[in-house]
Design a protein around this ligand. Structure first.
Ligand code: C2O
Length: 324
């Protein structure tokens, strides 16, 4: 049977690593606000075009910074606040909620086929909340274009210490222009940038199909690990599920993961529809939207990004020809 959305009234303390600080990942639940079925945005609403973070113009950076600053200023118990937004990720990955009717089964959206759709809806609601806060219905999140040479460093907009996009819990050795290693295992390779880029492109080439186990393992997990701070007990923030979304960089990383899902659907038309199993198509989750309505979303509603009214900037795919 498909996974059902959690009952937000029943939240358990999350399973965190022993050395993690005591954090609460339970979400604000506004009693009396039942969930409403998700509806696609109007087909006539403007298309939000997500752009590569390293190519973003000043005006777009300023808008994004303003939106995140406003989100961080909202009271912690507001479902749209940054404090709640990062907890959504923690709640769905660290066992805060059981599956309805199965108290021994915790909801976990990693390492399984819910990975792509869950993160797609997460970014979708996050993006629309940010846009609403600045009154811009074209606002779009940037993506970390780590599959192309120009994007193979931490995007500079996140490294500005006076920006709301900054997070101090990151690996200080991996500041731009240090080259990203898409297969990072905890040790930096001492090879020239050109060689690292070449390796990265070959890694991308070997990831032709989305699905549990491929892109989620590499490069999704290594990029988290590479970004997090090795001085923290669990690689916080990006290096651990519970804390990853405390870093705004998370949303750029997942923008590219989501973009890869779209790109692959296009490269292989046979992939376009994804799985047809109703256990996947009818799996449901809950997300607060920009109007602070609790929306019940189903996987089948997120398969078409045009219907969700967003798209990705068309940038080159240099790895498509990078045979290992
Ligand atoms: Cu939900 Cu990149 O992890």
């Amino acid at each position: 049977a498909p996974i059902q959305a959690p009952d937000l009234r029943n939240c358990n303390p999350p399973d965190l690593p022993d050395t993690a600080p005591d954090v609460d990942c339970c979400l604000t639940y506004r009693a009396g606000t039942g969930a409403v079925d998700f509806e696609l945005p109007a087909a006539s609403s403007p298309l939000r075009v997500r752009r590569a973070a390293h190519l973003l113009d000043k005006e777009c950076v300023a808008k994004y910074e303003e939106a995140v600053a406003l989100m961080k200023e909202l009271p912690d118990d507001d479902p749209r606040s940054f404090a709640q937004q990062w907890r959504v990720h923690c709640a769905y990955c660290d066992g805060a909620y059981d599956q309805v009717g199965f108290p021994d089964l915790q909801i976990q959206i990693h390492n399984c086929w819910l990975f792509y759709p869950w993160h797609r809806f997460y970014l979708y609601s996050h993006e629309r909340i940010l846009g609403k806060l600045i009154g811009d219905d074209r606002f779009a999140l940037p993506f970390w274009n780590w599959d192309a040479p120009g994007g193979m460093s931490l995007p500079a907009i996140y490294a500005n210490m006076s920006s709301p996009l900054y997070d101090e819990r990151r690996n200080p050795a991996h500041q731009p222009p240090f080259t990203l290693d898409l297969n990072y295992n905890g040790t930096d390779q001492t090879i020239p940038r050109a060689q690292q880029i070449d390796q990265n492109l070959r890694i991308m080439y070997r990831q032709p199909d989305p699905g549990a186990g491929t892109i989620e393992n590499v490069p999704h997990n290594p990029v988290h690990f590479w970004s997090g701070d090795p001085r923290q007990p669990n690689g916080e923030d990006m290096g651990n599920f519970y804390s990853a979304a405390r870093d705004p960089l998370f949303f750029a990383h997942h923008g590219n993961v989501d973009r890869m899902w779209s790109v692959w659907s296009g490269l292989r038309p046979a992939n376009a529809g994804g799985f047809t199993d109703p256990d996947w198509l009818d799996a449901t989750f809950l997300f607060y939207d920009e109007e602070v309505r609790l929306g019940l979303v189903r996987v089948r509603d997120c398969l078409d990004t045009a219907a969700l009214r967003y798209a990705y900037q068309d940038v080159a795919l240099p790895w498509v020809g990078a045979k290992p």
